[in-house]
Design a protein around this ligand. Structure first.
Ligand SMILES: C[S@@+](CC[C@H](N)C(=O)[O-])C[C@H]1O[C@@H](n2cnc3c(N)ncnc32)[C@H](O)[C@@H]1O
Length: 357
């Protein structure tokens, strides 16, 4: 039996296409690049190992992916919705989709030009039209919520407002359960920096069980969005940064600000540290050396790490496997990497001693 030709669609950060494409073609020689727009790509495959049912894409830079069904072009969103409905009934057969995720490809780098990933107003309007059109043929359908694990999800990406691509996936991992692979969170008004978004997404995606009373060392803590999030979770924060913390955070009774560079902090003063987070504007090799220095300090029972690894040059993305390996060698059995939806030119590494279910 010949293996059917399949297409995968992949969404990534605006500007990360080349890096994401290179990562996927290196890891999966059975993929052939097919189409690209900023933040959106498709790949062709006839590889018997890359087929629905048994394949899960492993990637640091793909924010979300699925099996592509096709696309429709029209200036009228109602006509587009009808065309998508026809493609769903003919190409996807009788698949009982229970969730519709409809989003727009990224239009800018997260955090620039006021852009943050999520369901944009244009996508929300399109999603409503599409949802109303599809409901008669898919009566159990829900719209742009978090999926249940493994839920069969219909995905519609507005590559342009007049060009919608349609595909599907089973929500097998945490980020596939979010519309467009971005968690349904928004920066609170009182947050002092968008690092609040990054740490929140990292905790959700990495399933990091930071609990009330846990001690967290935060390296590169100023101005304090990340500390704010951790304090709100009930953690005690040792914030290490030579720069000033925002007063709203610095005055919190569960936070101690050590106004030094990470390497100048006497480790003997640190007790019962359970988690370490780090987000410093230094290259990954420096950041990892700092982490190693803390983790290898005797008596520091660090259970897990959330690290932002800056990529001042995209070529550093080729080193991701080596970064992961260094954490395994530090004794962290479970290491994950992902360019979070709210990351910029950087990625998030979560290392834990124990795997969470
Ligand atoms: C991206 S900002 C961190 C944002 C912060 N996590 C927040 O939640 O608002 C980077 C910070 O790293 C700090 N930094 C750079 N090198 C450092 C070092 N060696 N030790 C401690 N902090 C450092 C800088 O002073 C800067 O405040």
């Amino acid at each position: 039996m010949p293996v059917p030709v399949r297409f995968l669609f992949v969404c990534c950060q605006f500007g990360a296409e080349k890096t994401c494409k290179q990562e996927l073609l290196t890891r999966y020689p059975g993929l052939r690049f097919a189409f690209s727009r900023p933040g959106f790509m498709t790949f062709k495959t006839t590889d018997p190992d890359i087929q629905p049912g048994k394949f899960q894409l492993v990637s640091t830079f793909a924010r979300v992916w699925g099996w592509s069904i096709g696309k429709a072009n029209n200036e009228d969103p109602h006509e587009l919705a009808k065309a998508i409905g026809q493609q769903v009934s003919t190409s996807a057969g009788t698949q009982p989709f229970t969730m519709l995720h409809c989003w727009q490809r990224d239009l800018a780098v997260p955090g620039s030009k006021g852009f943050e990933p999520g369901v944009s107003p244009v996508a929300a309007t399109a999603a409503d039209i599409l949802f109303n059109t599809l409901q008669p043929q898919l009566p159990g359908l829900q719209l742009n919520g978090n999926c249940e694990p493994d839920e069969l999800t219909l995905c519609v990406v507005l590559v342009e407002p007049y060009e919608w691509w349609v595909g599907w996936h089973n929500a097998l991992n945490v980020s596939q359960r979010w519309p467009g692979g971005a968690p349904l969170i928004q920066l609170p008004q009182q947050a002092v920096s968008r690092a609040w978004l990054k740490i929140h997404e990292a905790v959700l995606w990495g399933r990091v069980p930071i609990q009330k009373g846990d001690v967290v060392v935060e390296i590169g803590s100023s101005p304090g969005g990340s500390s704010q999030y951790l304090l709100d979770r009930g953690a005690t924060v040792i914030a290490i940064d030579p720069a000033k913390m925002d007063a709203a955070v610095a005055e919190h009774p569960a936070l101690v600000h050590v106004r030094r560079r990470a390497r100048d902090v006497p480790k003997r003063d640190l007790n019962n540290v359970r988690w370490l987070t780090i987000d410093i504007n230094m290259p990954p090799s420096y950041t990892i050396d700092v982490i190693r220095d803390y983790v290898q300090t005797r008596g520091l029972p660090v259970q897990g790490i959330i690290a932002t690894l800056k990529l001042p040059d995209w070529k550093l993305a080729e080193e991701v496997d080596s970064y992961r390996q260094q954490f395994i060698e530090m004794g962290f059995a479970f290491v994950q990497t992902r360019q979070l939806a709210f990351n910029r030119q950087e990625l998030c590494l979560v290392a834990q001693r124990k795997r969470r279910s």
